[in-house]
Ligand binder design. Structure first.
Ligand SMILES: *Cc1c(COP(=O)(O)O)cnc(C)c1O
Length: 380
């Protein structure tokens, strides 16, 4: 039986949160002399920002609730996903990575780097159970590796950097088995996948936490707005430890407006998916490409014959992709975001011309033009 109290750090249970001016009086009308704000206005011509924003972002949560099929009280909004990632570690894990008492988190490389960084910042032990070579959960190994002190099991689905969804069956097995841990499913890329979100399972699994973000499909990375969905009980705890005004007024205003444009988000997703398909097919036809991994996200993990030379050449041509070639199970791989049709064409054009360039990949000899082609340079 899962009990939230046994997953939380003991002092968090009794913690008294900061009570902000906006917590203590929630009416909208009145003479507000309670928050030491500037009553005269703001030093910007772009609007009035002299009043503190709603610390609980109720307008956004009310609007998100029907869109996501969760109750407003099951929603936490953070300054990017980074904030709930950090808060969840801090709420659950007793630090002291070298001591006996330390708690741990469990991650499945290759995956998003912030889980590990957040644990390291908080001096929390990290248990690593690699994904299988086809980037799926090694369920038996996970169950064998987790301990009574493992407070968080991180799952990223669709996974970054591999791009694929994790099998639902494996996630379910872990949710059932991990009764001493939170099981956090990071769905930053869920809009690009054709499966429903795990949010529909929140009422069934009190240990389940789902992360989503406005940074990808909604096109709002610069606003820094992440979503965390969980039991009302857990959301209350995260609210206790968050910075009081963690979401700025402009972010709240713009996010609320964006939520009126869900159809446009869906249309952008449709275009990106069509481009993903097109880009994957074109990449597969290039001799410098070994494997284009299947993707349920807005990027492709691509294995090249010579990733280092390809990466360098792309940089020279001012096409910037992410080098994942040193990452576990990602030998020779670059991660490529799906761009606009023009951007994807540019990438493909540069890759096609690469074989004629000085720092080009090592094509087999005897194909005709090698006499004029200088020796190849590999940077690794
Ligand atoms: C991009 C991404 C996020 C989003 O992070 P934000 O802080 O919300 O911008 C979260 N998780 C994964 C796996 C990502 O790739």
């Amino acid at each position: 039986m899962f009990s939230l109290n046994s997953v939380l750090r003991p002092h968090i249970l009794t913690l008294m949160p900061y009570s902000s001016a906006r917590d203590e009086y929630t009416g909208k009308e009145g003479t507000f002399l309670d928050a030491n704000e500037n009553p005269l206005g703001s030093t910007t011509t772009q609007g009035d920002y002299n009043r503190y924003p709603d610390p609980h972002q109720w307008a956004i949560k009310q609007r998100l609730s029907p869109i996501k099929g969760v109750r407003p009280g099951q929603i936490f909004l953070g300054n990017g996903s980074d904030e709930p990632i950090d808060l969840l570690v801090r709420a659950t894990c007793v630090p002291g990575a070298d001591s006996q008492a330390s708690d741990s988190i469990l991650i499945m490389p290759p995956t998003y780097g912030m889980y590990e960084v957040s644990a390291a910042i908080n001096d929390v032990d990290i248990i690593k159970v690699p994904l299988t070579p086809d980037f799926q959960v090694d369920t038996d190994a996970v169950l064998a590796a987790m301990t009574a002190n493992t407070k968080i099991i991180w799952l990223c689905s669709p996974n970054n950097p591999s791009g694929n969804l994790l099998q639902a069956e494996a996630i379910r097995t872990i949710l059932d088995a991990a009764q001493q841990s939170l099981v956090i499913v990071d769905e930053a890329y869920i809009d690009f996948a054709d499966t429903p979100s795990w949010t529909s399972e929140l009422d069934k699994y009190p240990n389940l936490v789902v992360l989503q973000t406005f940074s990808k499909a909604w096109g709002l990375a610069a606003l820094r707005l992440g979503m965390c969905f969980a039991s009302e009980e857990l959301i209350r705890v995260i609210n206790k430890i968050k910075p009081p005004y963690n979401i700025s007024a402009p972010t709240q205003t713009l996010a609320l407006e964006a939520l009126n444009h869900e159809a446009e988000k869906n249309e952008m997703v449709r275009q990106i998916l069509a481009e993903r398909q097109n880009l994957a097919e074109n990449l597969r036809s290039l001799p410098s490409v070994k494997v284009v991994h299947p993707s349920d996200a807005n990027f492709l993990l691509v294995q090249f014959v010579d990733a280092a030379a390809t990466f360098e050449y792309l940089i020279e041509q001012q096409v910037i992709v992410r080098d994942r070639s040193k990452v576990k199970l990602c030998d020779g791989c670059l991660r490529i975001s799906v761009g606009t049709p023009d951007e994807n064409e540019r990438l493909l054009a540069v890759l096609r011309q690469m074989k004629d360039a000085p720092s080009s990949i090592n094509l087999p000899l005897g194909t005709g033009d090698e006499a004029t082609r200088p020796e190849l340079v590999s940077t690794t």
